[in-house]
Structure formats: C-alpha cells, structure tokens
Design a binder for this molecule. Structure first.
Ligand SMILES: [Cu+2]
Length: 167
C-alpha cells in the first residue's frame, strides 16, 4: 500500500489511496476548554472517541484533516452533528466515495453512529476537514475540539497533531 495525494488536505476530487490503519498509542485525555466556550459535559459517559488526532499539513495549508473512532450510545443510535474548535474557522465531517477510479469527498451534516457501534475515521476514508487554521500547527501540538451529538451531549477532547505517515 502506498499513500499519495496532498498531505493534510483533500481537495474536491483527487485520487486517493487506500486508508492505512493507524495504530494508536496513547491518547490525551480531555483537557480544559477555553472559558468563553460552552462547557462540554454530559457526553463523556455516553459517547467515546478513541484516538482522535490531527494530521500535520505542509506550512501554510488552509485545510487540515483529523481522524478518530467514535463509539456510539449503549441504548440507541445517534449521530455526530457538529464539530468545533477554537483553532479553526470551521470543521466538517467528510465521507469518501468512489467514482470510477477516483475518490471524492463530500460533507455530511450528520454522521450516524449505530447503537453500541462505532465509526472509524481514517486517512483515505471518512475524516474531519478542518478549515481556516488560526495558527500554524505542527506535529506535537495539541488542538481543543468539541464534538456535539444528536442527543445534546458534548464531548471535549485535545487532539494531538501527528505526522502521517509517521517519520
Ligand atoms: Cu475532506
């Protein structure tokens, strides 16, 4: 397997590689959220996001990508409906689909998660698209992100910025 395509971003149509599995090691626990933002809360017990991370992009990139695995509610299906970060102007959830030999991505307003199920976002597949970074981000940095779900719960996480593929 090999990766190709622009690092960190994914323009509208663009040949893309097969997703490589990223083995995660440690992941940072939820950190503090800036005081001016709404406090995240109730989501922690009901939703889980394993190993969320931001892919380092070349200097000057206006768009970055992030990945992770969402674990659903124990009792019923739900959806991720919004993702926000003080480090970015806006964040979208993108699906990839194959059209012939091309992979295309599109924004989805709701990312459905089955009860007790999981959805994995990884390079070449589903991802979060992070637009308008407010500061340069390099491997080793941390980014505050809040994930909002259809049941009203919010989950705050600190996402490490990583180089991919790893050096
Ligand atoms: Cu995208």
């Amino acid at each position: 397997m090999k990766t190709s395509g622009p690092r960190g971003g994914c323009p509208r149509s663009n040949p893309v590689l097969t997703g490589l599995m990223v083995t995660s090691v440690a992941w940072a626990m939820a950190g503090t959220w800036p005081a001016e933002a709404k406090p995240p809360a109730s989501g922690a017990a009901r939703w889980r996001i394993d190993d969320p991370w931001v892919r380092e992009a070349p200097p000057g990139s206006r768009v970055l990508a992030a990945y992770g695995t969402i674990h659903g509610l124990p009792d019923r299906p739900g959806a991720l409906i919004k993702v926000e970060s003080p480090a970015f102007g806006r964040i979208e959830t993108h699906a990839m689909s194959r059209e012939g030999s091309m992979m295309r991505m599109k924004a989805v307003p709701r990312l459905e998660v089955p009860a007790r199920g999981q959805v994995k976002l990884e390079p070449g597949e589903w991802h979060w698209m992070l637009y308008e970074p407010r500061r340069p981000l390099i491997a080793g940095d941390q980014v505050d992100v809040v994930f909002q779900f259809s049941d009203g719960s919010r989950l705050a996480r600190k996402l490490p910025v990583r180089r991919y593929p790893a050096p």
